[in-house]
Design a protein around this ligand. Structure first.
Ligand SMILES: [Fe+2]
Length: 247
């Protein structure tokens, strides 16, 4: 599997606290069948308290440690980019990162409030698209505006954007509403990839994907579930223009 949303870099955001935690997360992921992880620190934390240079160095250092310990896992670097008006410019300036340098970018909507309260959102999304980038929504099932107005997400997907479901949502970690909406997105073909959004080696936000993959397979079938955890995320990291978008 390819996990494209993971807070595995140590000491950068609210994810892995130490290098040892990060290595343990990688070990768990690898044992669970994950072959590649995209490290996605929060853009805000990198901008305010760290730097792109630092997270690149950390990624290289962690990869060296994994290789030394013979943990069969490949790292790539991206970011979980909260959407603000500056995002399109920050990508050009190299301050906001796409998914492993591809034309896909992981974006995080404001968690609460109607989209009408966040007028900059659509402008920023279109700004990214006009640079040839494809926004991938981080856990849309956890975003209140999308739960209230699924048609909005449907419209964005119709415009070519993608959506990433988070493991914990399917397991009920965020409550019944989030779980139900995640299932509804699966049934509607509005979920394209499955990721862990891991924050720590220990539960609930571990790097495992296998348990959630079973939930996905029960809803959309084994083959489509594999596309969400393997073929589509791999195609994204390989920067393929055409990817499987409808499970
Ligand atoms: Fe995240």
């Amino acid at each position: 599997m390819y996990d494209l949303h993971a807070h595995i870099l140590p000491g950068v955001d609210d994810g892995a606290a130490t290098m040892e935690d990060a290595i343990e997360m990688a070990r768990i992921a690898a044992a669970n069948g994950t072959r590649a992880i995209l490290a996605t620190p929060h853009r805000k934390d990198v901008t305010e308290d760290s730097s792109v240079r630092h997270i690149r160095e950390l990624t290289a250092e962690l990869q060296r440690r994994l290789d030394d310990e013979r943990i069969p896992l490949t790292l790539a670097l991206g970011m979980e980019n909260h959407i603000d008006a500056a995002l399109p410019e920050d990508v050009i300036a190299g301050k906001a990162l796409t998914m492993g340098g591809s034309r896909y970018i992981l974006v995080e909507m404001p968690f609460f409030g109607d989209i009408g309260q966040h007028e900059f959102v659509e402008g920023a999304l279109i700004g990214l698209q006009s640079q040839g980038l494809t926004p991938v929504f981080a856990h849309p099932e956890r975003i209140e505006a999308f739960r209230r107005q699924p048609a909005l997400l449907e419209r964005y997907i119709g415009m070519g954007m993608l959506s990433q479901l988070t493991r914990g949502s399917l397991l009920g970690h965020w409550g019944a509403d989030v779980r139900q909406f995640a299932l509804a997105l699966l049934r509607a073909g509005m979920a394209h990839i499955l990721s862990s959004d891991t924050h720590a080696p220990n539960p609930p936000r571990t790097p495992e994907l296998g348990d959630a993959l079973k939930v996905v397979a029960a809803v959309i079938g084994e083959r489509s579930a594999r596309a969400m955890a393997l073929h589509t995320p791999r195609a994204i990291l390989e920067d393929k223009k055409r990817i499987i978008t409808s499970p």
